[in-house]
Design a protein around this ligand. Sequence first.
Ligand code: IDP
Length: 152
Amino acid sequence: MAMERTFIAVKPDGVQRGLVGAIIGRFEAKGYKLLALKALVPTKELASTHYEALSSKPFYGGLVDFICSGPVVAMVWGGGDIVKCARAMIGETSPSASAPGSIRGDYGVEVGRNVIHGSDAVATAEREIALWFGDEGVMEWEPTLNQWVYED
Ligand code: IDP
């Protein structure tokens, strides 16, 4: 099993709606480890760089404005196959297409208010971790409960 890191952000709608604790709880309960966490109102530069792959989309400007509209809780989580598994925990891009039990399926209604971001690939995760955390660094640690989450 590949030990990976992923970048997770609770978007302004998730923070305003008081979903930070519930979302962190899901990743903790799954058995993943928290490696970094901060709350910030992203600058326009940060948000537009984060979403630059979508710059040709009609919703890009609104998306960037939305991400800068209030506090975001940015996190790095680590664990086995976490990039793909976190995306499954998050659900589809549109909450209305997301299964009940997923974060977007349980907490969201519309695509432009879908509560949470999660990296879509290992390379994207490393790019996003560097962009959001840069020189601040990200912890590495060995949770004592790992023996109850992983076979070896
Ligand atoms: P993802 O967040 O599931 O990886 P992406 O296609 O990378 O989905 O889109 C990034 C974000 O852009 C979405 O999470 C959502 O907030 C927003 N978005 C995507 N498609 C639309 C749309 O059709 N209308 C408005 N916002 C959208």
